[in-house]
Design a protein around this ligand. Structure first.
Ligand SMILES: [Zn+2]
Length: 99
C-alpha cells in the first residue's frame, strides 16, 4: 500500500506529486496493508454501469493515512472493523479480517 507524505505532516493514500495541504512535493512510502474502518455508507443509487448496492468505507491506514474505498462484504461494514486493503483490477478494496 503506497502513500504519499509531506514535511507538513499530511499523509494521503495513493501516489500524489503535490501536497493537497501546502503544495510541496510529496514523498511516496510503503505502509502495510492493515486498515481499520472509520465509517461507512451504502449507496443504493449508483451510476450507470455499476451494480447496486455499493458499500463504501473510509479506512485509516498506518500512520493515520485515510482512504475511501469499496468494500465487498456487507458484514465488514462496522466501525472499528480491522482488515486489509487489497488491490484488484487497479482498484482498492477493504477486506475484513476473519472473525
Ligand atoms: Zn504539505
Amino acid at each position: 500500500m503506497q502513500v504519499s507524505t509531506c514535511t507538513c505532516g499530511k499523509i494521503v493514500a495513493l501516489h500524489r506529486e503535490q501536497c493537497p495541504n501546502c503544495g510541496k512535493s510529496m514523498i511516496t512510502i510503503d505502509l502495510g496493508n492493515d486498515a481499520i474502518v472509520l465509517t461507512y455508507t451504502t449507496l443504493y443509487t449508483v451510476p450507470e454501469g455499476f451494480k447496486a448496492p455499493i458499500f463504501l468505507v473510509l479506512v485509516e491506514l498506518e500512520q493515520g493515512a485515510k482512504l475511501l474505498c469499496e468494500c465487498k462484504n456487507e458484514n465488514d461494514l462496522e466501525i472499528g472493523r480491522k482488515g486489509k486493503i487489497v488491490i484488484e483490477n487497479e482498484k482498492y478494496y477493504f477486506l475484513g479480517n476473519t472473525k
